[in-house]
Design a protein around this ligand. Structure first.
Ligand code: CP
Ligand code: NVA
Length: 326
């Protein structure tokens, strides 16, 4: 199946049908195969892409930049402090200026309304590279990685364990619901996802045959799960919460015991990264492993670097599908 997504923005996967997501995943796999075969299609020859980053990034930034070069486009990195957005100039004006010069805009930052305003006024496709609320391009890479591991998304039980109300939990619920999977959010009650979002996602699930479970019970949440997924306990912008979160989320750390509790022979461990799995980072040096142990992170069940690589292929697919020529 082929879908014409040209001109579309990607702010959250809510706006895409299951068939459109399936098309993006298939295109990602095709582009990955082509890259491995040394085929350089250059679908974006001559395009100029603005990459706005209010928050830091390794994977998202590099995936967009490399995807641009692979496809013949020119990326322009606009980092924190480089442009006037939201300071000396409104988001609406910035959108209209960049839209006159660039063929598309990627935005990573704090408020989700910023990326919505950009999309409303730029007149070109806008891609959400992470906001406080959603991280949709990450989910495409996650779904592709799950499919590569199990050969299918059908019948997969997915458990996200940790901060249940951050951008990753929100977006994973949407992605799993769209693809008809069973999605469990396992977190302390105080970090449960917003009720209104759960309701919205349950509506999607009713159409696709997916199942949504929100629980604070680790044993119940991970039993029978094919995939265990976690993320940092304090997201970018929430650093002040870290000490509190470490206490609250310790029972939700993904460790070998939790992997065994799935009862599965070959459970898959995923993490969007960056991860605190030992004491080798500045942030974790006095704390050690947080959301996942070193043992799980480095185990044969972990496919976190396939997942990171898949950011490139899936982001490329989004760019080609929404911007490539008809
Ligand atoms: N997973 C992810 O978005 O990584 P970066 O923050 O490095 O882009
Ligand atoms: N929840 C994390 C995701 C990082 C990719 C954050 O927003 O910092």
């Amino acid at each position: 199946m082929a879908f014409n997504l040209i001109g579309r923005s990607l702010l959250t996967l809510k706006d895409f049908t299951p068939d459109e997501i399936r098309y993006l995943l298939n295109l990602s796999a095709d582009l990955k195969r082509m890259k491995y075969a040394g085929i350089k299609p250059r679908n974006l020859e001559g395009k100029n892409i603005a990459l706005i980053f209010e928050k830091p990034s390794t994977r998202t930034r590099c995936a967009f930049v490399v995807a641009c070069y692979d496809e013949g486009a020119h990326p322009e990195y606009l980092g924190k402090g480089d442009i006037q957005i939201g300071k000396k100039e409104t988001v609406k004006d910035t959108a209209r200026v960049l839209g006159r010069m660039f063929d598309a805009i990627q935005f990573r930052g704090f408020k989700h309304e910023t990326v919505e305003t950009l999309a409303k006024y730029a007149g070109v496709p806008v891609w959400n590279g992470l906001t406080d609320q959603y991280h949709p391009t990450q989910i495409l890479a996650d779904l592709l990685t799950i499919e590569e591991y199990f050969g299918t998304l059908k019948g997969i039980t997915f458990a996200y364990v940790g901060d249940g109300r951050n951008n990753m939990a929100n977006s994973l619920m949407i992605g799993c619901a769209k693809m008809g999977m069973e999605c469990r959010i396992v977190s302390p009650k105080s970090l449960f996802p917003e009720k209104s979002l759960v309701k919205e996602v349950e509506k999607i699930a009713a159409e696709t045959g997916a199942k949504i479970v929100v629980t604070d019970d680790v044993a119940k949440g991970v039993k029978g799960a094919d995939v265990l997924y976690t993320d940092v306990w304090a997201s970018m912008g929430e650093e002040a919460e870290m000490a509190k979160r470490i206490k609250l989320l310790k029972p939700y750390q993904v460790n070998m015991k939790m992997l065994k509790m799935t009862g599965k022979e070959k459970p898959l461990f995923l993490h969007c990264l960056p991860a605190f799995h030992n004491d080798d980072t500045e942030v974790s040096k006095d704390v050690g492993a947080m959301e996942v142990t070193e043992e799980v992170f480095e185990s044969k069940y972990s496919r976190v670097f396939d997942q990171a690589e898949n950011r490139l292929h899936t982001i490329k697919a989004v760019m080609v599908a929404t911007l490539g020529s008809k």
